[in-house]
Write a protein that binds this ligand. Structure first.
Ligand SMILES: [Zn+2]
Length: 332
């Protein structure tokens, strides 16, 4: 399985803004529907597909749906059929309590931490063991948390090179988002509706059964494979879906995505981070697929890369947050 995002040159036609090195999705314009917590549809998202697109791909604009932060969230739909899970928690435990960030009708509030800069989400896909043995070890000492998009199957089956359930428990306990990348890594757009239900609901039930209530609200499809049907189905179970134009993400922010493996030049990543300075409504997801302590190949990142990123963000006072932080208003 090969996954690769590329930083791309992107035009936000709605604003005439061109961003090189990262891409942002426009937040919704304030509207009565957004304020009342239903779906708001707005401008602009660009995300390169996997496998990597041609660098000459035309620029594209897609609608993006947003979740207004601070609103009561839908509980995951209780499982009506089998998958007995004695440890599963009742659905209502997944609903965050009261600490929601107030919603402003006009503009996003700056992060409560006082920084006037945008934020970064460090995201790790596919339950690769390096997320624990390399990334977490580097991040924990700095009090920085990440977002895991995991497939259940390789974790449950304890496949070599993947996170064990115990490692995932530890990351969850450390405040990471343990989110869904589906039950398997199969393409959800090619599934029957029954398979899609198992992919989405089965994965969420597993996450909830292990107590990962924060992360179980988030879904990111394997290899960025998604369509309207995937989004609609996913929204029956999840509060956020992050997949190109078929995304639903916390309102009030401009979201961008870029690959942070060693095969993306550091200057490119640095320049994407620099665009967050003085832009408190921007959130850049820095995506990793595997981490190794040294000698990275392909889209792997090594320890040096993650430390370089963490040093730079610290120096620039760019906060590292999780998706749940944005949804729940718990930005550090
Ligand atoms: Zn993946």
């Amino acid at each position: 399985m090969k996954q690769k995002y590329l930083f791309a040159l992107v035009g936000l036609t709605a604003t005439g803004l061109i961003l090189a090195g990262c891409q942002f999705m426009e937040p919704s314009a304030p509207s009565p529907t957004a304020a009342s917590g239903t779906v708001a549809t707005t401008a602009v998202a660009v995300l390169s597909r996997e496998p990597e697109p041609s660098p000459t791909s035309p620029l594209t604009v897609w609608p993006v749906r947003t979740v207004t932060p601070g609103l009561a969230l839908r509980s995951p739909t209780p499982l009506q059929t089998a998958v007995p899970s004695p440890t599963a928690q009742p659905a209502q435990t997944a609903v965050p309590t009261a600490t929601a960030r107030p919603v402003t009708a006009t503009a996003p509030s700056p992060p409560p931490g006082g920084s006037n800069n945008g934020m970064v989400i460090l995201a790790f896909a596919d339950a690769k063991e390096g997320a624990y043995s390399v990334a977490y070890q580097a991040m924990r000492t700095r009090g920085v948390r990440g977002l895991l998009y995991i497939n259940v199957e390789p974790v449950e089956q304890r496949l070599p090179g993947r996170l064990t359930p115990e490692q995932v428990d530890e990351l969850n306990a450390a405040g990471w988002d343990v989110a869904s990348h589906g039950y398997t890594h199969d393409d959800p757009t090619q599934m029957t509706s029954q398979q899609l239900t198992q992919h989405l609901q089965g994965a969420q039930q597993w996450l909830l059964g292990r107590g990962y209530t924060r992360g179980a609200r988030h879904y990111g499809p394997p290899s960025n494979n998604c369509d309207q049907g995937t989004l609609d189905a996913a929204l029956k179970y999840y509060d956020t879906v992050w997949c190109r134009e078929f995304s639903k993400l916390p309102a009030g922010y401009l979201f961008g995505v870029g690959a942070c493996g060693n095969n993306t030049g550091w200057e490119k990543i640095q320049s994407a981070f620099d665009k967050l300075v003085g832009q408190p409504d921007k959130v850049l997801r820095c995506s990793f697929h595997d981490l190794v302590s040294e000698n990275p190949t392909g889209n792997q990142a090594d320890l040096d890369r993650i430390n370089t990123i963490l040093d730079y963000l610290e120096a620039k006072k760019i906060e590292v947050v999780t998706l749940s932080d944005l949804l729940d208003g718990t930005i550090p």
